[in-house]
Design a protein around this ligand. Structure first.
Ligand code: UD1
Ligand code: MG
Length: 461
């Protein structure tokens, strides 16, 4: 067994994010449903980083609160009280990093960086210092990579400090770099702020490494998009589009039939069986699993949902934290709220809301109903306008509906209440007491009365 040096990521996230013009700290703005910082942390971890150090400044408390609510990230935070430059930012984390470690510097506002690029950076840094660079058509605003006649990297010059000739260079610094901790600490201690911005530039370590005779390796980013930073809502939306394009392309290659990839949004993860079809305008969030032959109609929202084979969700349905078995029919205009659990072949029709309820195989609620905190047996039929009155203003109460029960239209079941198997509730009933198996319950305010010739007599008056 060989001893591997531990790998520490330093993730820069102290900037104010002024251009977002938002109360939310920049790095907490989501891309693909995950805060940018979460994406960077996850990419680092997937690349083999053992510990991450977040350098925070503005809104540090909000970012810390977010981090505390996450699980699975091995990350510490350090505050950079004043933003004196990228070198100064990295220095804040260094006391926590052992000399024998390898340090990878990432940006919290570069959300699309991939584990593959971080891995390549880590591998390249074993020789000395490694940078992620990319050739761009429009290098304005970026640090330029300086190379000698043998194409060896000799330094980085920032836009503001660059000569006209240097500004003509199209190879730019993405800001991501890696180096052994001990060397990085030494170089950083020598960085000065005698430049146009009066900041301590992390990029100055490149010239220091080169003058130490240390090899500086460049790792090419997969594309300029991968390493693009986000500074304002426009760039945030551009990062979102790129991510969506990458995700949908991969899903389509994996056999997902999308009516239009440009009108599909995945803000989480999607597992699919064969022959899954999704119409336009759907938004999927959290963890979604769709079995073989599932068909999702247009303009549906699915969040943390698992659907069995052959289940169909028709237009404009909203499903949140719900599970359905196979061959169910849901929608159009259905709403499954958290805790809705449908067995096989359940039908949920238009304007039906199901919350924290289990419906047995073949149960139906086809029109205009509210089913909350209920257990519904197999093949039970819930008529139009039926409501489980589960809330008395203080507490929630359960409703149990037996298998094969028939709940007539416009009935209210005042919980806690149990409707027996095969029981029949007459339409328009308000049920306050349990109904035995196979019984009929009629509970209307007043039975219908007929007044003959009422209309003619009304006219006379
Ligand atoms: C930096 C690089 C530049 C590169 C560009 C890529 C330096 C000197 N320049 O320039 O070569 O082309 O990124 O986008 O490194 N930050 C802190 N604390 C600070 C300063 C910055 O945490 O004191 C963070 C910012 O929040 C940001 C990142 O570091 O996430 C980069 O800082 P920024 O000011 O955007 O650097 P650039 O001038 O763009
Ligand atoms: Mg920048």
């Amino acid at each position: 067994m060989t001893m591997q040096a531990s790998i520490h990521a330093v993730i820069l996230a102290a900037g104010q994010g002024t251009r977002m013009r938002s109360a939310l700290p920049k790095v907490l703005h989501p891309v693909g449903g995950t805060p940018m910082l979460g994406r960077v942390l996850a990419a680092a971890q997937a690349a083999g980083v053992n510990h991450s150090h977040l350098v925070l400044g503005h809104a540090a408390e909000q970012v810390r609160a977010w981090l505390a609510a996450q699980s699975g990230f091995d990350a510490a935070t350090v505050v950079q009280p004043q933003q004196l430059g990228t070198a100064h930012a990295v220095q804040q984390a260094l006391p926590e990093i052992p000399d024998h470690a390898l340090v990878v510097v990432l940006y919290g506002d570069v959300p699309l960086v991939t584990p593959a690029t971080i891995q390549a950076l880590i591998a390249a840094a074993k020789v000395g210092l490694a940078l992620v660079t990319v050739e761009v058509v429009q290098p304005h605003g970026y640090g330029r990579i300086l190379r000698d006649s043998a194409r060896r990297i000799t330094g980085i010059v920032e836009e503001r400090d660059a000569s006209a000739a240097e500004r003509a260079i199209h190879e730019i610094n993405t800001g991501l770099l890696a180096a052994p901790a001990k060397r990085l600490k030494r170089w950083l201690s020598k960085v000065k702020n005698d430049n146009a911005k009066g900041e301590f530039y992390l990029t100055d370590v490149v010239a220091l490494a080169a003058s130490d005779g240390v090899e500086v390796a460049a790792v090419a980013a997969a594309s300029a998009d991968e390493v693009e930073g986000v500074n304002d809502p426009l760039q945030l939306a551009q990062a979102e589009r790129r991510l969506q394009q990458q995700q949908t392309a991969q899903l389509q290659r994996d056999g997902l039939f999308l009516a239009d990839p440009a009108r599909f949004e995945l803000r989480g993860s999607l597992k699919i069986g064969r022959d899954v079809r999704i119409d336009v305008g759907c938004v999927l969030e959290g963890a979604v699993e769709l079995g073989d032959g599932v068909v999702i109609g247009p303009y549906c929202v699915l969040r943390n949902v698992r659907l069995g084979a052959g289940t169909r969700v028709d237009a404009h349905s909203v499903l949140d934290t719900a599970v359905a078995g196979s061959n169910c029919r849901i929608g159009p205009f259905a709403r499954l709220r958290p805790g809705a659990q449908l067995a096989d072949e359940v039908h949920i029709g238009n304007f039906v809301e199901i919350k924290q309820s289990t419906l047995g195989a073949g149960a139906k609620a086809n029109h205009l109903a509210y089913v909350g905190d209920a257990t519904v047996g197999a093949r039970a039929n819930i008529g139009a306008g039926v409501i489980t009155c589960n809330y008395d203003g203080v507490d929630k109460h359960p409703t149990v509906i037996g298998a094969d029960a028939f709940i007539g239209s416009d009935s209210q079941l005042i919980a806690p209440v149990t409707i027996g198997q095969g029981a029949y509730i007459a339409a328009g009933s308000t049920i306050v007491r349990d109904v035995p198996d196979q019984a009929l319950a009629v509970a209307r305010a007043r039975e219908q009365k007929i007044v003959p010739d009422w209309r003619a007599r009304k006219k006379d008056r």
